[in-house]
Design a protein. Sequence first.
Length: 505
Amino acid sequence: MTENIHEQDITLTETADEAGRRSSMRQDIFGLGRKSLAYVIGHLATRAVSFLLLPLYTNALAPEDMGILSLAFAFSAFGLIIYHMGLDSALLRYYVGENREKQRASVTTVYLTLIVVGLLLSGVILSARSLLAGSLLGTPRPEWIAILTGIVFLDTLWTIPMHLYRADEKPLPYITFSLVNVTITMALNILLVVHYRMGVAGALVANLIASGTLFLLTMASLVRHISLPTFSIRLLKILLRFGLPLLLAGLFTMTIELAGRYMLRWLTTLETVGLYSAGYKLGVLMLILVMGFNMGWQPFFLRRGKKAGAEPIFARITTYMVAVMGTVLLIIGAWVDDLVRLPLGPITLFGSEYWSATNIVPVVMLGYLLFGLYVLQLPGIHLTTRTKWVMLFRGSGAFANVVCNLILIPIWGAMGAALSTCISFAVMALLTFLITRRFYPVPYEWVRLAKLSSLIALGLAGLYLFPSDLWRNLILSALMPAGIWLLRVLTPEERDALRQFVRRS
């Protein structure tokens, strides 16, 4: 009798512990979801600049000018990675969870270093601007290189306070400044590109003024983090040891994302670059989701990963994110042809010259879904401080991108470049899994992930095998939610929670 009571006590204790773990997991995931949603909104606002400018650019610029502008923005994206030197990521790693004194030392050391290095790099670029203009922009306009250099330097500085808002879990100012950026950039582009018809030059000047304004506005919030006596060479060496591998990794990632545009320029025409860039920007909607999630994800896993029982939570979050990304991919992919033809007064969302670019959108979005799988595996890298592996992962992706572009662009043009990007991110995600599981194994929910992957594959096949019409689009839009329910992807607990949510709504 006593033994039976003891066994019942043990069972009750285990049941209570299991319930506590489930409750803790729900709280962690919902907390991450709320913060990530805020950062998705903020990142959406930042990225929305390029998306909202699409109607303006595709109606006001010829595809050739769009190609030049695309190459200019690619140059600035590469430049921003180099100017940051990986210190933006290192700052998060050595800021989150530290006391105020250590935080101030990290911010001061990083910010002053970025100013000095940024000035030196800007001087080098400006001295070679005539050479760079022809080779990188495809047009002899050295003054445009000078403008781009100013944009990169200012963006390097004003994004540091934005990182601190993430680290301090203050999404409101992050969203506010992101919206300010959108407003200024949009207003100036309408004024300079449309009203004054300045073309590419107007777009570049608009971005320069917006970057300068954001730099001035965010300086006030940065002052309290700066203390000159806390600058430390010793700390800088530690930060660089962590960050420099990420610099190379960032360059590899930019190669994956942007090399296709340069290779299209060399292997085809500026017009093809313009069409590709227009379609690519629609596919970037998936990247907005992934990067918005990552802005909440990185501080979350740096904190939660230091506690016991983090791996199952990371696995569950992976399942949820694959479901969300797959749903977004199929919905946007289904309606993208209608979206670009959406009338906006006397114009359409895309100028009619750019409508053919929509065929690459699902492939680009699939590529960013695979990039999302890579991002979901970052806890193993950061928590074990094995950032050198990141160079291998992204370097392999960059190498695959260049090789695939050389093979596929001559065959399929812009679609070949999109497929190359997709393959590159697949290589990154697979290599990351194969290596990180050795030192940071995560118990992924493989059965559920297999069901979700099958639904995504089925939806992609439908996108390319059947012509766009109302019924096809409605079926594809409902495929993920219906499939998740019918294939019992959700656990009984999740199904009950969903029913309760629907009833309350």
